[in-house]
Design a protein around this ligand. Structure first.
Ligand code: GLU
Length: 427
């Protein structure tokens, strides 16, 4: 049975690169009907923290990357590592030096790492040294613990970042010394920042939970990450089930991929558009006070009018909060540009026309058209000023679609307020 694992060190948060590694390991296990294990590599007491572990677990939970079996904590297994080190010493394959235990490397031949992504990678015998397996403080090194744990939990496929590719030569030597079977190796190319250097904090938010706060859905984030280094034909949008069904090792690219926040936004939008209105309504109501006060029909109409221009649920929330707030705050640059004296007279006529109009999209359009005809101006001349008057900014669906979401009296009030604003601010 295929068994994979994700083995984060709890010395920071769960970051984008880690998520992609976890995702591939999880997908491969699920695709193969195997198991996916979670192991906390907390042997470095000083750098590990409970807070970091909890944040990693919270991230995994949000993403839905549920693990099988109990979580393994390396910090609880020091006795096991010590016993294995003693076995190596007894077999003459390790020795103590200055309180630490070193592995006696076999330098008689080169080590070949067979990797699913990188092919056969040969590491020269003279690059192999007598590396430390147990520190003088009784803690195992990464190399030692990883080999023992992968073997003892029956890992068949070791999937991790390619920064560990070279380390694998040491691991293979240890596996041979213990007579362990060699697992399959799948090293994943690093994720790069937009400038081509390794993705790091300075490229922006790395904690996966930040994307949750920003209103991305976990499914969309996973969809974006699955495509960052793996492909299946030219399909871009995947549901979780499609990822599980389609995932394979041959589709993993050897080249590193660049993290592109705009693409992530686009993927998120596609998922948003694929989400049922009733679900979007629930998501909106959970996040927006303004939405809680609306009747169901208005909320659904709002969602339909605005979802095409939203990348994230947060975009929808802020549009909703703006549109249905008691007090419209103008975007200053837009107000400066469009709320001008020359539009006063047409706006006054807009108020009159809307007051008389029936409150449906068609009548609203007719009313506005008649004002444009009277003043011999194009619709563009009053469109933006009305938008700003009613929503505070210049980004909204078509005017009739936007206005109909609000009560007639509120729209009239808001346009009257804009007229006052123009009078006060132009001289
Ligand atoms: N704790 C290691 C890391 O976070 C795990 C590497 C591995 O999966 O073997 O890089």
């Amino acid at each position: 049975m295929v068994k994979t694992r994700f083995a984060p060190s709890p010395s920071g948060y769960l970051h984008i690169g880690g998520v992609r590694t976890a995702l591939y390991a999880w997908l491969y296990a699920r695709n193969q009907g195997g198991k996916f294990l979670l192991r906390i590599e907390d042997t470095d007491i000083e750098r590990s923290s409970e807070e970091s572990k909890l944040s990693i677990l919270e991230g995994m939970k949000w993403l839905g990357l549920e693990h099988d079996e109990e979580i393994i904590h390396q910090s609880e297994r020091f006795e096991v590592y010590k016993a294995r080190a003693d076995e190596l010493i007894s077999a003459g394959k390790a020795y103590e030096s200055e309180g630490a235990i070193r592995f006696k490397s076999d330098r008689s031949s080169n080590v070949i790492i067979s990797d699913h992504v990188f092919g056969d990678v040969e590491v020269n015998a003279d690059e192999l040294d007598d590396f430390i397996i147990m520190r003088s403080n009784g803690a195992p090194t990464y190399h030692f613990a990883v080999v023992i744990d992968d073997f003892e939990s029956g890992i068949t496929h070791v999937m991790r970042g390619d920064d560990h590719l070279k380390n694998t030569a040491r691991h293979i030597q240890l596996m041979k010394a213990f007579d362990y079977p060699i697992p399959d190796f799948v090293h994943l190319p690093m994720i790069l920042g937009p400038d081509g250097s390794r993705l790091s904090k300075r490229h922006g938010a790395m904690n996966v939970l930040h994307y949750k706060e920003e209103g991305f859905s976990s499914e969309a984030l996973l969809n974006y990450l699955v495509r960052l280094g793996w492909s299946k034909g030219d399909q871009e949008i995947f549901s979780i089930q499609e990822m599980i069904d389609g995932f394979d090792l041959v589709g993993i690219n050897k080249a590193s991929a660049k993290f592109d926040i705009e693409k992530l936004r686009w993927v998120n939008q596609q998922h948003l558009l694929n989400t049922d209105d009733s679900e979007l309504k629930m998501m909106l109501e959970a996040r927006s006070d303004a939405a809680k006060g609306l009747n169901d029909e208005v909320t659904i109409n709002f969602i339909n009018a605005y979802k095409n221009r939203a990348n994230t649920i947060n975009d929808l929330v802020s549009s909703c909060d703006n549109l249905f707030s008691d007090e419209i705050k103008y975007d200053q640059a837009s107000a400066d540009k469009f709320l001008k004296k020359e539009i006063l007279s047409p706006l006054k006529d807009v108020v009159d026309a809307l007051k008389r109009s029936e409150w449906n999209q068609e009548s609203i359009s007719e009313a506005l058209k008649s004002v444009c005809e009277k003043h011999e101006i194009g619709f563009g001349k009053i469109g933006q000023p009305i938008r700003i008057a009613v929503t505070g900014g210049t980004q909204s669906p078509s005017i009739d679609q936007t206005l109909i979401l609000l009560d007639q009296l509120i729209v009239v009030d808001r346009i009257e307020a804009a007229i006052e604003y123009i009078v006060e601010n132009s001289n």
